[in-house]
Each structure stands twice: as structure tokens, then as C-alpha cells.
Ligand binder design. Structure first.
Ligand code: ATP
Ligand code: MG
Length: 568
């Protein structure tokens, strides 16, 4: 492609709302443009990379035995009612009616559609196992779309679904996808971790997430040298025993004027936050009831564990209001379960702790020497968030923490969709059995951003060769100089013949201006045709290292052709 004919929409600055490198660089490199919050247009150079990301995913999915289909983003309400998710999915689901008042949604994921497809099309158990996938646009009305393609309201996902006769078949299909995902993310050159995950709104019995390691990641990963790794939502830790061996002392109510926060209370009673127990009141919107959750003062609540214990959806758990707390006979800042009749979840660390401080359920008062069982009851579960240094649930060594971007997630669905939707097969005895399913997602556009997060420098993006929008750019210092123009054009034609994706920068601009564009866009090789062109010598720059070398035209050509041939 000749640069003079391309839409090169590079910018010096990105808008203020772009805070992370990938968002800033996608905009600055002229790869995407925002339409409205969380919705983007892909410009030609951006689209080329997007297609390459898709191609790698497609190749590996096909290699793994997947069959590609393409379904609509529009999904009828009836299927979601059948699966029970029309209610449960909540406000992220974009719903609408047609002119006949029939209801639909824009698919945030496609379990219902694929289950429906298989129940209609698959007549014999001999067709199983089956893996069907698509690369398609998804819609989620995210509460806070941000970070460009990382968390958008319209995004591209590769979603695959497996269909097996039984659980052991599912194990094989799941393992197949697990290994396929490793190959995919390896090909992108991503530094990632595979972690145990919660199943969230998709459901099912087991799940892993693939996390691209990054400071700007929205997921916290707890991991250990022994191999344990889990998303913060799913992570557990061994109990950190604290004050478990003391004798129980008599409960006392003490005056703590204006001491509300954990820090205030602990310094007032001359103890540490660890000696206080926090009582946090939530409202369970599904059951319209208040729930108190107790964790040690130095801990945070893992709200996903609360959601799972209550068997509700994430959006159905909200913090209780000031008035809610008054309604159960307590007061904000001084809440505790002592003397209240409210559903209570007690972290297992708190359950074995002796003589702690909790709220007095009265303004300016706290209880000291509180003890579980003697002074109040509740359901004991692990409900705290893991923290750095907590003990690994497998080996007991201190856990480490890291931030990651969830680029993919795989789920063992079991019969969660096939049962209610009657997706069945006839076994050898003529008995109808539900098909056992798995589902497997990759955020295609989020992966593209994650690659940038891991491959950029102060000059711009450093695309790995296999996803770069073009392999190489030829920059003649002066396109009006006949020798330079001729040599550059010959090389350009030669690359094209060899199947190398090449740009010839024939624009009437200063060389420095051109280099800035290509370095920002991140073309892996930049060949400058300058004053030594007549001697068949060019300057060859590798974008990743920014190292420049003089090479003969042939050598420059061979280097690029070899690299392209060897890249998958
Ligand atoms: P998150 O926890 O980040 O909201 P999720 O767990 O809800 O994601 P899944 O339902 O597992 O997402 O979807 C499969 C993949 O789609 C995710 O692993 C992620 O890479 C991608 N994805 C999900 N939501 C978005 C979004 N709003 N924008 C871009 N990609 C997304
Ligand atoms: Mg997920």
C-alpha cells in the first residue's frame, strides 16, 4: 500500500479520557475512534490488526476441531426465559422491543443460542462430541465502560461451546480448549497466568481465566510458587489464626464517642485494626432482606463470596442504606450482630477469634470482648478477600498478588443450559439425557489492547510481527529523488511479490514526520532509502529495539522475508 492513499489518522495527543497506554495508543495511532462511550469505529490500520488477532484464534480453534458458525447479535427473549436468565442477567443486558412488541436482547454471550441450535440440529448422539464457535460482536451495557477496547459496551468475542455425552467427555473437551487457549495466547506473545475463576453470570461447575499480566489489569490474582493461582474473586487462603487461644472475657459495652472508622476505634481502645471486627450490612435485592457480613478489621469482604452464599446475581447485592440500618435497630458506624435479628455471614477467621471489638448498635458505643457463638450466631464461611502474604490453600506458603487483564475464560457448564432448555440425546437404551456443555470465551478486542499494554514504549506500539498491521514500511528520504524513488519502489514491488505486507511512504513529508508515524503505529521493520540508495545500501531499523543498521538492499529484503516466513 502506498502511504499517500492510506487513512493515516495519527494524533499527537489522545483525549484526556484515555488513561491507559493501549487506549491512548490505539487512538493516537489512528486505529480506533470513539463513537459514543464504550463504542468504537475501527479504522483501516486498526482493522488489519484486529483481523490478524482473529486469524490466529481461528486457526487454533479449527486445529482443535472447532467448527465456525456466525449467529446474530439479536436474540429473542423466549430463549432467555427458558434458561432462566432473562431476569437474572440484570441491567447489563440491552433489551428492546420490535414494532409488534416482541422482546429481544443484544447478545452479551450466546449460551442460549448455541443450546437452541444444537437441540434443533443434532439428532444423533453419534454427532457428539461437538465444538462450535464464532467470532462475533457482543453487547453489554457496562456500568463503567472505560479503557478503550478493554471494557467497552460493544466488543468482539470468540465464543465456543462444547457438547458432550457425559461429564468425562466434558473433561476432555475442556482440557482441549485449555490447551488451545495456551497456544493462542503464546502465539500473541503475551505474558499471562491461568487462574481458577468464579463462574459468575455464566454459571457451571468449574472455570479458569487467562490473565494477561499488567499493572492496569482490573483483576487481582493470588498465586503461589506451588502452582496455585486464582482470581481474587475465587481465591481462598488458610485461616490466619489470631487471638484464638485466649479465654473468653465478659462482654462489655464501652463509650467510644465519635469513633466510627476501624482506625479511629482501634486507636481509641488502644488496639490494632486486627482486634476489631467489621460488620458490613448489605441488601439482598433478590430476597429483599438485609445481610450482615463480618470480617476482621484489617480485611475486606469478597462480595462474590457473599453473592454465591446467597445464591443471587452480582447486581442483586448492594450496600444497605442509612435507613436500612436503622430499620434493624442499629446505627451506621456502630453496627454489630449482637442483639440484632439479622441474617449474618461470619468469616471463618472471625468465628474462632476471641475477645474482639464490634459495634454497640448504639451511637458512640462499641462492645469489647465479643465472641462468636456466645454473643451472636451466624453462618460461618470464608468471606474475606485474600491479601498478600495470606497462606496458600494448597501448600500454606505466603501467597503473592499480581494484577491481570482477563483475556479469556473457560467454563464447565454441565447441564446448566441443556436441562432447562431440553437439549438432549437418546442413549443406547433409548433414554433421553441432557447434553453436557462447556463454554469458552476470548475477548478478541480486549486481547488486542492487552498486546499493546505489553508491547509498547515511549515512541508508540511495538506490534509482534504476527499481528502487526503491516510487516514493513519503506521510507524514502526524498521521494522526488529519482534514485531513491526507483530503489524504494523496486523493493516495494519485490516485497509484494513475496507476500510481505509492505507500505511505501510516498508522502511529501519530512522524514522525521514519517518515522514518527510508523514508530507510533508500530510497524516491526522500517527501511529508510536514503543517500546510499545508489550503492544499494539502506538503513534498517527494528521497531522493537529501535536499533538501526546499514544493510544492503538484498540483505534488508531477506531479513524481512525470513522473519515473515517464520512467523505464525
Ligand atoms: P469482566 O469480568 O472483565 O467483566 P466477564 O467475566 O464478564 O468479564 P466473560 O463473560 O467471561 O466476561 O466473557 C469472555 C471474555 O470477553 C472475557 O474474558 C473478556 O476477555 C471479554 N470481555 C468481557 N466483557 C468485555 C467488555 N466489556 N469489553 C471487552 N471485552 C470484554
Ligand atoms: Mg469472565
Amino acid at each position: 500500500m502506498k502511504a499517500s492513499k492510506m487513512i493515516i489518522a495519527t494524533l499527537k495527543e489522545a483525549p484526556n479520557e484515555a488513561q491507559i497506554s493501549s487506549h491512548i495508543l490505539l487512538i493516537r495511532a489512528g486505529m480506533i475512534r470513539k463513537l459514543v462511550a464504550g463504542v468504537y469505529n475501527y479504522l483501516p490500520i486498526g482493522l488489519r490488526t484486529l483481523y490478524k488477532v482473529e486469524k490466529i484464534i481461528r486457526e487454533e480453534m479449527d486445529e482443535a476441531g472447532g467448527q465456525e458458525i456466525l449467529s446474530s447479535a439479536i436474540q429473542p427473549k423466549e430463549l432467555w426465559v427458558e434458561s432462566g436468565r432473562w431476569q437474572k442477567y440484570g441491567p447489563e443486558l440491552i433489551r428492546f422491543k420490535d414494532r409488534h412488541e416482541r422482546e429481544f436482547c443484544l447478545g452479551p454471550t450466546h449460551e442460549e443460542i448455541f443450546t437452541d441450535l444444537v437441540r434443533n440440529e443434532i439428532k444423533s448422539r453419534k454427532s457428539l462430541p461437538l465444538n462450535i464457535y464464532q467470532i462475533q460482536t457482543k453487547y453489554r451495557d457496562e456500568l463503567r465502560p472505560r479503557f478503550g477496547l478493554m471494557r467497552s459496551r460493544e466488543f468482539i468475542m470468540k465464543d465456543a461451546y462444547s457438547f458432550d455425552l457425559d461429564e468425562s467427555g466434558l473433561d476432555v473437551s475442556y482440557h482441549n480448549m485449555y490447551e488451545t487457549y495456551k497456544r493462542i495466547f503464546d502465539r500473541f506473545g503475551l505474558n499471562y497466568k491461568i487462574v481458577l475463576a468464579d463462574t459468575g453470570a455464566i454459571g457451571g461447575s468449574g472455570s479458569h481465566q487467562f490473565m494477561a499480566i499488567s499493572e492496569i489489569g482490573e483483576s487481582d490474582i493470588a498465586y503461589c510458587d506451588c502452582g496455585y493461582a486464582a482470581d481474587e474473586e475465587k481465591a481462598t487462603s488458610l485461616i490466619n489464626e489470631y487471638k484464638t487461644t485466649e479465654d473468653e472475657l465478659p462482654l462489655e459495652k464501652v463509650h467510644t464517642p465519635d469513633q466510627k472508622t476501624i482506625e479511629e476505634v482501634s486507636s481509641f481502645v488502644k488496639l490494632t485494626p486486627k482486634d476489631i471486627v467489621k460488620s458490613i450490612v448489605y441488601k439482598d435485592l433478590a430476597h429483599n432482606e438485609l445481610v450482615m457480613v463480618l470480617v476482621r478489621g484489617d480485611r475486606d469482604v469478597n462480595e462474590i463470596k457473599v453473592v454465591n452464599a446467597l445464591d443471587i446475581a452480582e447486581y442483586e447485592l448492594v450496600l444497605a442504606s442509612y435507613d436500612d440500618i436503622l430499620s434493624i435497630g442499629s446505627v451506621e458506624g456502630f453496627v454489630s450482630p449482637i442483639g440484632l435479628n439479622v441474617k449474618t455471614l461470619v468469616d471463618d477467621e472471625v468465628a474462632i477469634m476471641k475477645n474482639f471489638v464490634v459495634g454497640g448498635n448504639e451511637s458512640n458505643y462499641h462492645f469489647i470482648n465479643a465472641n462468636f457463638k456466645r454473643d451472636f450466631t451466624g453462618q460461618v464461611i470464608e468471606v474475606r478477600k485474600v491479601a498478600l502474604g495470606d497462606r496458600c490453600p494448597i501448600c500454606g506458603k505466603p501467597l503473592k498478588m499480581e494484577k491481570g487483564i482477563e483475556v479469556g475464560q473457560i467454563f464447565k457448564l454441565g447441564t446448566k443450559y441443556s436441562k432447562p432448555m431440553n437439549c438432549v440425546y437418546q442413549d443406547e437404551n433409548g433414554e433421553l439425557k441432557p447434553i453436557v456443555m462447556g463454554c469458552y470465551g476470548i475477548g478478541v478486542t480486549r486481547t488486542m489492547s492487552s498486546i499493546i499494554e505489553q508491547y509498547h514504549d515511549e515512541h508508540g506500539i511495538c506490534w509482534p510481527l504476527n499481528v502487526a498491521p503491516y510487516h514493513v514500511v519503506i521510507v524514502p528520504i526524498n521521494y522526488n529523488d529519482e534514485t531513491m524513488r526507483t530503489k524504494a519502489t523496486e523493493l516495494y514491488e519485490k516485497f509484494k511479490t513475496a507476500g510481505v505486507e509492505v507500505v511505501l511512504d510516498d508522502r511529501d513529508e519530512r522524514p522525521g514526520f514519517k518515522f514518527k508515524d510508523w514508530e507510533l503505529i508500530g510497524i516491526p521493520y522500517i527501511i529508510t532509502v536514503g543517500r546510499l540508495a545508489g550503492d544499494n545500501i539502506v538503513e534498517f531499523k527494528e521497531r522493537k529495539t529501535m536499533i538501526k543498521k546499514e544493510k544492503s538492499l538484498d540483505e534488508a529484503y531477506e531479513t524481512v522475508v525470513d522473519a515473515v516466513r517464520n512467523c505464525r
